[in-house]
Design a protein around this ligand. Sequence first.
Ligand SMILES: [Zn+2]
Length: 332
Amino acid sequence: MVSYKKLGLVNTKKMFAKAVKGGYAIPAFNFNTMEQMQAIIQAAVETKSPVIMQVSKGARKYANPTILRYMAEGAVQYAKELGCKKPQIVLHLDHGDSYETCKSCIDSGFSSVMIDGSSLPFKENIKLTKKVVNYAHKHDVTVEAELGVLAGVEDEVSAAESHYTKPEEVIEFATKTGCDSLAISIGTSHGAYKFTAAQCTRDPKTGKLVPPPLAFDVLKAIEKKLPGFPIVLHGSSSVPQDCVDTINKYGGKLPDAVGIPEEQLRKAAKSAVCKINIDSDSRLAMTAAIRKHFAEYPGHFDPRQYLTPAREAMKEMYIHKIVKVLGSNNKL
Ligand SMILES: [Zn+2]
C-alpha cells in the first residue's frame, strides 16, 4: 500500500471547493508519455495552476501501471525543481471500470479515482459507486462518479449515443453514493469526432462544421438540485482547427473533426463545473507538430528532434486552456 500523500500528491476535495467558489475549473489532462507529462507540469508551474493528471485504462495498458505511477511521483518532484514550492497535483484514474481497478489504483498511490457505472442501471450504478467510495474514503482518496451517457469513443469507453443526465436523479445518487464529484452528460462527447455532420450546421464562410450547443439548461437544473456540488465535464476537447488543418496539410486525414467551442467551455467553467477533461487536443497538437516536422526535415530520425516541437506544442496548448478557457491560473 502506497499512500499518495507520501508521493506529494493531493486529492480533489479542497481543490474543487475552491474552484466552485472561485468560478473556474481545474484542468484534467490525460497522459501516457513522458513528453505529455513534462508539458503538463511545465504549463501548470508556469501558470501557477493546480492540475489533474489522469490515466485511463488504455493508458495503463500502453505505458504500464507501475511506470505511470512513478511518472506521477516524478511529476511532483519535477514541479518543485521548476520552482513551484507547493504543487497541487492530483493523480486520477479516468473511467475506472470496476471496484478492483479502483482499489488497485488507490493502493498504488492514486489520490483520486473515477468509477464509471454510467452504463449500468441506476440502482446498480449506485451500488458499485458506493462500494468504491467506501474503500476510497478510508484512504482519503476522492471519487468521481458518472450519471448519464456520453457519446463517442475514448480508449475502451464507447457509446453509440448520449443520454443527458436526468436532474431528478442527482440528489438520490449523490446522497446514496457519497461521491465527491459527478460527471454529467450535457452534450460533450469523447474523441476528435464528437458530432456527425448531420448533428451540426456548416459555416458557409469556412465550410467547417459548427457543433450543436451544450445543454446548459440541464446543467442549471442539476446545479439547482445540488448547489455547490462539484460537476465534471468529460469529452471537452475543442479540436483546434489549426491543428486539424496542419495534420491534413502534411499528409493526415481527419475530415470534419470537430470539438466543443471554447466559449461554451468558458461558460461552463464559471458554473459548478470544476473539472474539465481534455485529451484529444493534446493528441492533435502532438500529431500536428510531428507531421509538420517530418515534412520539413525528412532527414531527421532522432525522436528528440521531433518530440521537442511536439512537447512545445502541447505545452502551449495546455497553457492556452488554463489561462484562456478554464481560468485556473494563479490559483496555487
Ligand atoms: Zn471520459
